[in-house]
Write a protein that binds this ligand. Structure first.
Ligand code: SF4
Ligand code: SF4
Length: 133
């Protein structure tokens, strides 16, 4: 098992500071890797990151919902989307994403496709280098 960051992540970065094994890193470039990713080989499943996320974007792998019911205020960020998002992270720094979509209230979204990128970022994506494996 591991913990998974989903496309509800808006790069707030609060989770990074609480992770005891420093296995959460920001995706780069953000147009291709729009959210933060958890290295599944390093995560110890402590769960500390889950309550830190203001967007409730983190789940255990088993609990990533296939039928997430949107409140209507969230965005998803996925490569290929074209919506613009602007906000601030937990340090007050600007976050700008050009691959987002605001969800509609009651919309059902399958977040399970977000599992694979957490693995891929570290196996074949830039995360491999970032962690100097
Ligand atoms: S706290 Fe949530 S929004 Fe912020 S980087 Fe972590 S998963 Fe993404
Ligand atoms: S569950 Fe714990 S070890 Fe895994 S990413 Fe979250 S804070 Fe880090």
């Amino acid at each position: 098992m591991t913990h998974i960051i989903t496309s509800l992540c808006l790069r707030d970065s609060s989770c990074v500071e609480v992770c005891p094994v420093e296995c959460i890193i920001p995706g780069k470039p953000s147009s291709e890797w729009p959210w933060f990713y958890i290295d599944p080989d390093t995560c110890i499943d402590c769960g500390a990151c889950i309550p830190e996320c203001p967007y409730e974007a983190i789940f255990t792998e088993e609990e990533v919902p296939a039928d997430y019911a949107a409140k209507g205020t969230e965005y998803i960020a996925r490569s290929g989307l074209t919506g613009h998002y602007e906000g601030k992270n937990d340090k007050g720094e600007a976050v700008v994403l050009e691959c987002t979509r605001m969800l509609e209230a009651g919309e059902i979204v399958d977040l399970r496709p977000d599992i694979a990128p957490n693995y891929a970022y570290f196996k074949e994506g830039p995360g491999y280098k970032a962690l100097e494996k």
